[in-house]
Design a protein around this ligand. Structure first.
Ligand code: ZN
Length: 473
C-alpha cells in the first residue's frame, strides 16, 4: 500500500566528514611478494567465471544503475592503480551490488567482485567502501584463492568452481554449514590465512592511497564491521580473519603513504546512500535465497524496491504496546511493530514491511491510522472520497463493493475490504479500511495492509487494534 505521507523512516547514516590528510614521506611502503601458485592466471579467470555465473543466479543482484555505476567507478579507480608487478592481462574486473542486508563483500578469482548493499549502507564515507573493495581487490591480484588451493593440493578446475560456489551459497544460507571436503575446499578461496589477510590489508592500503583514498578509512570500516557482529562473528570477519593488530598495521602503512589527488567530493556518495534509503529494506541473505527465491536475474526495474518474500516479515506479536498519539487517541498494536510517524497519520508496521518508493511511503504489513479532511457530513460519501484519493497513488486498488459496520471508540463507523497490488513486492495484498467521523467533521481512518496469503491472520490483528482505540477528540 502506498500512502500519501512522504517520509523516509530508515535512519540516514550520518556522513562523517573525513579529512584526507597526506601524512609523512613516501617510498617506504611495505614490499609484498606473491606466493607460490600452481594455477595459471587464465585458470583463475575460468574459475571466477564459473563461480560468478552461479553467484548471480543464486543471490539477488541490485539492478539499479545509479548505485551499481557508483560502486563500479570506485572499483575502476582502484583497478587503474594496481601496481604493475601485480597486473594480469587476463583478469577482467567487474563490480556488482548484492541486494542483501549483511555487511559483507567478496571477490572471485580473476576479477568479479560483489559488495553487499548492507556494506554500502553502513559505510560512513566513500573511502570506507573503497577500503573494503581495495582489500578484496588485493586478494584477487595477489591470486590468494588459487595460492591457498595450491597449498592444499592440486585440484581440477571444475572441482574448485563447485567448491567456491558451495562456500558462497551453501555456507551462507541459513547458517547451515555443509560438512565435507567440498565446503572445506571452498573455504580455501574465501577464508584466507592470516598471512594473506596481512598482505591484502597492506596492498589494499597502497592501492587506496594511489587512488586518492585515505587508507585509514579501511581500518575504520573494519571496526564498523566488528561492531556490527552482535552475537556472532560477521561473515566478512570470518572470511577475513584479523591477522593481529590489524588497525595498527593499516595505520602504520598509511604513515608511509602519500594520498595522491585526494578525493574530497562526497556528494555522489551521499546521493547514493539516500537512494538506497529510499528503497525497501534489503532482505537478509537467508531470506533472499530461501526456496531459491534469490534468483532475480530479471530483477525489479529502477526505483522499485526489491521484492521481499512475505516470510521475511515476522508475524504480529501476541503482546501489545499502547501508544498515546497527542491528545487525539490511544491505540494498542503488536509489540513487534515500529511506530512510524507521518504528517497527518501514523503507521505501525513490523521490521522489513515498510520503506519508500518513488518518494512515497509504502508498507506491506501493518496499520496506518490518520485523519483526512471530509467535505461532507455523510460518512459513506466521505469514505468513498477517501478511498478514491488512496486509489490515485495505488492504480490497482479495487473499489468497495459494499460496506459493513464497525465501531471505533464507541462510535459507529464503516468497514470495507479491498484488494491491491503492492508497489513494494508486486504481490496481491488485502487492504481493510475502517472509518468514522470525528467531532470536528474530519474523517478518522485506519488502513490495515497484509499480503493476500496472510490476510486472515492479519484480519484478527486489525480487529484487535480497532477494538483498542480510545478517542479523546
Ligand atoms: Zn581478506
Amino acid at each position: 500500500m502506498k500512502t500519501m505521507n512522504v517520509g523516509t523512516w530508515r535512519k540516514a547514516i550520518p556522513a562523517l566528514a573525513v579529512a584526507l590528510l597526506s601524512v609523512g614521506v613516501i617510498n617506504a611502503q611495505t614490499v609484498i611478494t606473491p606466493s607460490k601458485n600452481n594455477y595459471t592466471p587464465a585458470e583463475d579467470v575460468e574459475l571466477g567465471r564459473q563461480a560468478a555465473a552461479e553467484v548471480e543466479k543464486q543471490l539477488p543482484m541490485l539492478r539499479d544503475d545509479a548505485v551499481t555505476s557508483f560502486v563500479a567507478a570506485i572499483g575502476r579507480r582502484l583497478v587503474v592503480v594496481i601496481p604493475s608487478e601485480f597486473r594480469h592481462a587476463e583478469f577482467r574486473y567487474s563490480f556488482q551490488v548484492v541486494n542483501v542486508r549483511e555487511i559483507n563483500a567478496f571477490a572471485l578469482p580473476g576479477g568479479p567482485m560483489y559488495v553487499n548493499r548492507g556494506m554500502i549502507e553502513r559505510a560512513r564515507t566513500e573511502g570506507e567502501v573503497a577500503g573494503v573493495m581495495a582489500h578484496e581487490l588485493s586478494h584477487v591480484v595477489l591470486r590468494h584463492g588459487t595460492a591457498q588451493a595450491t597449498k592444499a593440493t592440486k585440484y581440477e578446475l571444475g572441482t574448485l568452481a563447485g567448491a567456491v560456489i558451495g562456500a558462497i551459497i551453501g555456507g551462507r544460507v541459513g547458517g547451515a554449514v555443509a560438512e565435507g571436503t567440498q565446503f572445506g575446499l571452498g573455504t580455501a578461496f574465501l577464508r584466507f590465512s592470516r598471512e594473506f589477510e596481512r598482505e591484502a590489508d597492506l596492498l589494499g592500503a597502497q592501492i587506496m592511497a594511489h587512488a586518492g583514498y585515505d587508507p585509514r578509512e579501511m581500518a575504520n570500516m573494519f571496526e564498523t564491521i566488528e561492531e556490527e557482529g552482535g552475537n556472532g562473528m560477521p561473515q566478512w570477519l570470518s572470511d577475513h580473519p584479523d591477522p593481529g593488530g590489524r588497525s595498527e598495521a593499516i595505520m602504520g602503512e598509511a604513515q608511509l603513504l602519500q594520498v595522491q589527488n585526494p578525493r574530497r567530493d562526497t556528494r555522489g556518495f551521499d546521493q547514493m546512500q539516500a537512494r538506497l534509503n529510499g528503497m525497501a529494506p534489503a532482505p537478509t541473505t537467508e531470506e533472499a535465497t530461501r526456496g531459491g527465491a534469490g534468483g532475480s536475474t530479471s530483477g525489479p526495474p529502477d526505483d522499485r524496491p526489491a521484492p521481499g518474500p512475505p516470510a521475511s516479515v515476522a508475524a504480529p506479536s501476541s503482546r501489545s504496546t499502547t501508544y498515546t498519539e497527542g491528545d487525539l487517541f490511544r491505540v494498542s498494536v503488536p509489540s513487534n511493530w515500529d511506530e512510524l510517524p507521518g504528517t497527518n497519520s501514523i503507521t505501525f508496521a513490523p521490521e522489513g514491511a515498510y520503506g519508500t518508493a518513488g518518494g512515497q511511503s509504502v508498507f506491506t504489513h501493518g496499520v496506518q491510522i490518520g485523519i483526512a479532511r471530509a467535505d461532507t457530513p455523510n460518512l459513506r460519501t466521505a469514505t468513498d472520497e477517501f478511498i478514491a484519493s488512496l486509489a490515485r497513488g495505488n492504480p490497482n486498488l479495487s473499489r468497495p463493493s459494499r460496506y459493513g459496520g464497525t465501531s471505533i471508540g464507541g462510535r459507529k463507523g464503516l468497514h470495507t475490504a479491498l484488494s491491491n497490488v503492492s508497489d513494494a513486492t508486486g504481490g496481491e495484498e488485502r487492504i481493510e479500511v475502517f472509518t468514522i467521523l470525528l467531532r470536528d467533521g474530519s474523517l478518522f481512518y485506519v488502513i490495515g495492509v497484509a499480503p493476500r496469503e496472510r490476510a486472515s491472520q492479519y484480519q484478527k490483528t486489525f480487529r484487535q487494534v480497532i477494538k483498542s482505540i480510545q478517542l479523546m477528540d
